[in-house]
Design a protein around this ligand. Structure first.
Ligand code: GNR
Ligand code: NI
Length: 170
């Protein structure tokens, strides 16, 4: 077990745009495994490398109830998105305790490399489609609260800064 530290909003490093992964090697496999440990320990359904201050296009996901179906996406690209959208309640490990509605495509087709460096295409819907879109936003430096109104976002920012101060006090 090697859990990594998850950056918390409004940390400016969360707005870094990730670079493509150049080679799927032993380092990448270790990083993906450390990210999976971190995601499971934090009870999340996904984690983007950006959230652990690594600015490369890598995400890990597990939307299964049994927490035993890890998915690793390297250099993911959305090659198709349904026109149909839906608003679903989202949360983020980088914005603990905050949940709000975000509009996303209902279904997407995503192309990515796996840990063997092989190209895979996944056509997904439901929670997995939501999660993939949420994680791919992180790789572009975007946190879900940026879809909310400036008023809500500022309230969240203030709350997160206060939470951090409270944590530092005890
Ligand atoms: O654990 C998470 N839950 C979640 C719920 C609804 C929509 C998106 C997510 S992703 C989030 C983990 C996380 O912050 N990934 O970046
Ligand atoms: Ni997130």
């Amino acid at each position: 077990m090697n859990p990594l530290t998850i950056l918390r909003y409004p940390d400016p490093r969360l707005h870094t745009v990730a670079k493509s992964v150049v080679s799927v090697d032993a380092r990448m496999r270790k990083l993906a495994n450390d990210m999976l440990d971190t995601m499971y320990e934090a009870a999340g359904i996904g984690l983007a490398a950006t959230q652990v201050d690594i600015h490369e296009r890598l995400v890990v996901i597990d939307v299964s109830e049994s927490r035993d179906q890890p998915l690793v996406l390297i250099n993911p690209e959305i090659i198709w998105a349904s026109e149909e959208t839906r608003v679903g309640e989202e949360g983020c490990l980088s914005v603990p305790g905050i949940y709000d509605g975000v509009e996303r495509a209902m279904a997407v087709k995503v192309q990515a490399l796996d840990l063997d460096g092989k190209r895979q295409v996944h056509e997904v819907e439901g929670m997995l489609a939501v999660c993939i879109q949420h994680e791919m936003d992180h790789l572009l430096g975007k946190v879900f609260v940026e879809y909310l109104s400036p008023l809500k976002r500022n309230r969240i920012k203030t709350k997160m800064i206060k939470l951090k101060k409270d944590e530092e006090r005890d």
